[in-house]
Design a protein around this ligand. Sequence first.
Ligand code: NDP
Length: 393
Amino acid sequence: MRRVSILGATGSVGQSTLDLIRRDRDAYRVVALTGGANVAQLASDARAFGAELAVTADAARLDDLRDALAGSGVEAAAGRAALNEAAARPADWVMSAIVGAAGLAPGLAALGTGATLALANKESLVTAGPLVMAAARASGARILPVDSEHSAIFQALAGEEMDAVTRVIITASGGAFRDWPLERLATATVAEASCHPNWDMGQRITIDSASMFNKALEMIEAREFFGLDPARIEVLIHPQSLVHALVGFSDGALMAHVGPPDMRHAIGYALNWPARRALPVAALDLAAEGVLEFRAPDEVRAPALRLARLVMEEGGLAGAIFNAAKERALDHFIAGRLGFMDMAPLVEAVLERMLAAPGGADGDDLTLDRVASADHLARNCADAVALDITRRG
Ligand code: NDP
């Protein structure tokens, strides 16, 4: 039996992972499940899957979790240290599906054990790619990408020489507002930004898709995961979300990965790797689809893509600063304090201020503490910039 743990089990990726495990229940032993505010879901899944341990990130919810697990034999714990301990419990395969920079430390803890890490938490690579890759090298752990685009690239690269790769094209649906006129974007509401045309995902990544910050994170993730020169990373708008990524080779061939927009494909691929097994994913009927469209992104509508290039050029702590500023901009948008089109200028202002400071994004001797400190400073800076923006009206 394979021992598996799921970090972020109560979220969209976590629930899809449990859905796959449920279908082949006898093949897995669930070690640890973690969640945040949704203690009822966490406890119910921990009971149903006979988990050894359930952890909520929110220390104030420990009593609720204990009550919900009473008599089940499942251990309950809470808080950041408990999350890291859950991630470090011996397991063969760990899903990293916490949202945001909070996923970094537990992911590193899992890598330290040598377990295979299925990585959905793109923020780990954006904030601390060199640290994450070094942790995997040190313990001999394997990282398998779960983001659909990166899983697609990984699959297209199987058996290929990296030297022969000339370009990687990440596709983007364009999100909720791809057909909106530019002038209407300033008035976009949280509810409007939270409806993805093709994918069913957590709220934060759905809004990041509408603003294209998700694609910006994915460009940086691709650079860190595959060690690509930033100039070789391209983005293409593809409204149907059927082609997830393409890899170009020196002989001119472009290998595309095509599949329905269902995260259970990429999750299942990482779960079954290196084998391919049947998955509960609909077969694609390309004749019924008829048309696959592609167009270049418009960086006036999506300044996040330009900022991603700046971050990749800068390297070091720039990713941690970018991600933290983006997370706070999103918090302010969701709370109604900022408009949709205020988010990118906020992130750009934080990057400008922090990169101009002595030491700026200097990434020498990158450590978790330095990443955490850059993250903290960037969040404070983002709050100050947000206040300026709201005062200006
Ligand atoms: P969700 O918001 O649906 O779920 C996030 C999970 O993280 C939940 O279990 C949540 O707990 C938990 N969580 C939230 N805050 C914290 C915290 N501070 N500390 C610890 N745990 C926390 O997110 P998604 O599943 O959509 O995304 C998860 C990750 O996967 C993200 O990095 C995203 O970018 C990436 N991803 C997601 C895809 C998707 O289809 N959804 C596709 C590709 C990548 P609770 O809900 O109990 O509060």
